[in-house]
Design a protein around this ligand. Structure first.
Ligand code: AMP
Ligand code: GLY
Length: 425
């Protein structure tokens, strides 16, 4: 079988890595991929937003299954186009991807299905949203309803800051049309948890758990990023919590989407806050999480191709999935300055040394190859991931590898997974 992975980040490298392990997969194409995916399969210079180019590629190269990594092509309807041409593709349709692409829709659906989420209201008019925030005396979260590259959410302890955030979205239009509608909701407190479920329209299979580290600095300080590291499993995801999420969130939302004529097929990512009143949904994403996919997929022992194929075929109920009991820790090495301005084009050294380390794998996120040398090309550069006998062991191995890798102005957090080590089991 020939598979194609669309995208160029750490998530896509992790997908390509797991797919390449399948005895049924002969070749992995990555479009456009990065320096890491180039060592697994073949990179093809077609970008994720070039749907025509991707379809031509799939047809000409006889691709048996295409896996779409990022949300933008999914929300723009790439799956509908592939399916209309009879090309097999993993991911939700445009209508189902709205669960991520339109936070107002997601909020409405959650209300309809009685899914626990932050109290919130949807506004299309600046004045109404402003008047609403002005009456609040506790923290608010202001969200642009559309896709804003992960930057559309402002968490404001002081409602006055919420007014400023609203002005930036609706008056200054910093996210363009993505901010035509806003969701204003209560600020929830607690630990965050990401839950990943494969859904074939009806059947739900919850993957092993992971916890992300969004803030840039140690101890969860500083601005939010796309994620500075992750570990799997997440001890806060107790059987009790997972049971509640499945019963109160996944089952009702998947049913509601099917009843709404937008059955969900693909990977459904649930971002949750574990509050004193139980788990509440912060957001849904229509794709694998990044960097969480990296430690999760490193723990997958069964065949990812079989699993994704069973989702596409609506046969998920028959799938058998095995996981390594060993935990995995992923430390993101970023370019200094990220999530703000940073420099690119720095030569990455030490990858060959790390390649020889047992149970360690370096997923590339923002890299490209220049004359056979890997150079940095993004904010998040590498996801250095290790399996261990326990979390502390996995953490030790991951950081040993991080220290063996060098590029100018590399930055990383030093406390990834400490939360898992400190939480009593
Ligand atoms: P979202 O894209 O909606 O998940 O928001 C991005 C991040 O903002 C989340 O991962 C949380 O850290 C934070 N966030 C979103 N909604 C809330 C909320 N209602 N209360 C507290 N934090 C939130
Ligand atoms: N790690 C957060 C995300 O994938 O959205």
């Amino acid at each position: 079988m020939r598979v194609m992975v669309i995208g160029s980040g750490g998530r896509e490298h992790a997908l390509a890595y797991a797919l390449a392990k399948s005895p049924r997969v002969d070749e992995v194409l990555c479009a456009p991929g990065n320096a890491g995916t180039a060592s697994i399969g073949q990179n093809v210079e077609v970008k994720a937003d070039d749907h025509d180019g991707l379809m031509t590629l799939a047809r000409e190269r006889g691709v048996d299954l295409t896996i779409v990594g990022p949300e933008a092509p999914l929300c723009a309807g790439i799956v509908d186009r592939f399916e209309a041409e009879g090309l097999r593709v993993f991911g939700p349709t445009k209508a189902a991807a709205r669960i991520e692409g339109d936070k107002a829709y997601a909020k409405q659906l959650m209300k309809l299905a009685h899914v626990p989420t932050a109290e919130g209201r949807v506004f299309e008019r600046y004045d109404s949203a402003r008047d609403y925030i002005a009456t609040r005396d506790t923290g608010v979260v202001v969200k642009a309803a559309g896709l804003a590259a992960g930057k559309g959410v402002s968490v404001c302890e002081d409602p006055a800051d919420g007014l400023l955030a609203l002005e930036r979205i609706m008056v200054d239009r910093v996210f363009g049309g993505a901010g035509d509608t806003v969701v204003v909701e209560e600020l929830l407190k607690g630990q965050e948890l990401s839950v990943f479920a494969l859904v074939d329209g009806r059947t739900i299979y919850v993957l092993e758990t992971a916890q992300d580290h969004k803030p840039i600095g140690d101890g969860d300080t500083g601005p939010n990023t796309g994620g500075m590291g992750a570990y799997s499993p997440a001890p806060i995801a107790t059987p009790d919590v997972m049971g509640t999420v499945e019963r109160d969130v996944l089952v009702p939302i998947v049913d509601a989407m099917r009843n709404d004529g937008a059955p969900y097929r693909g990977l459904l990512y649930v971002g949750l806050m574990l509050t004193a009143a139980g788990p509440k949904v912060l957001e849904f994403n229509c794709r694998f999480g990044d960097p969480e996919s990296q430690p999760i997929l490193m723990r997958l022992e069964s065949d990812l191709f079989d699993l994704l194929e069973s989702v596409v075929a609506g046969r998920l109920a028959e799938a058998e999935v095995r996981w390594s009991p060993r935990p995995a820790v992923c430390v993101v090495m970023a370019s200094e300055g990220y999530p703000g301005k940073y420099q690119s084009g720095k030569v990455i050294e030490g990858l060959d040394r790390v390649a020889a380390m047992k149970d360690v794998y370096v997923f590339h996120a923002g890299t490209r190859r220049v004359e056979n040398v890997a150079v940095t090309s993004g904010g998040r550069v590498l996801g250095v991931t290790a399996l261990g006998e326990d979390v502390a062991d996995a953490k030790g191995r991951a950081y040993e590898a991080v220290e063996a890798i060098h590029f100018e102005n590399a930055y990383y957090r030093s406390d990834i997974s400490d939360k898992a080590i400190c939480v009593p089991r």
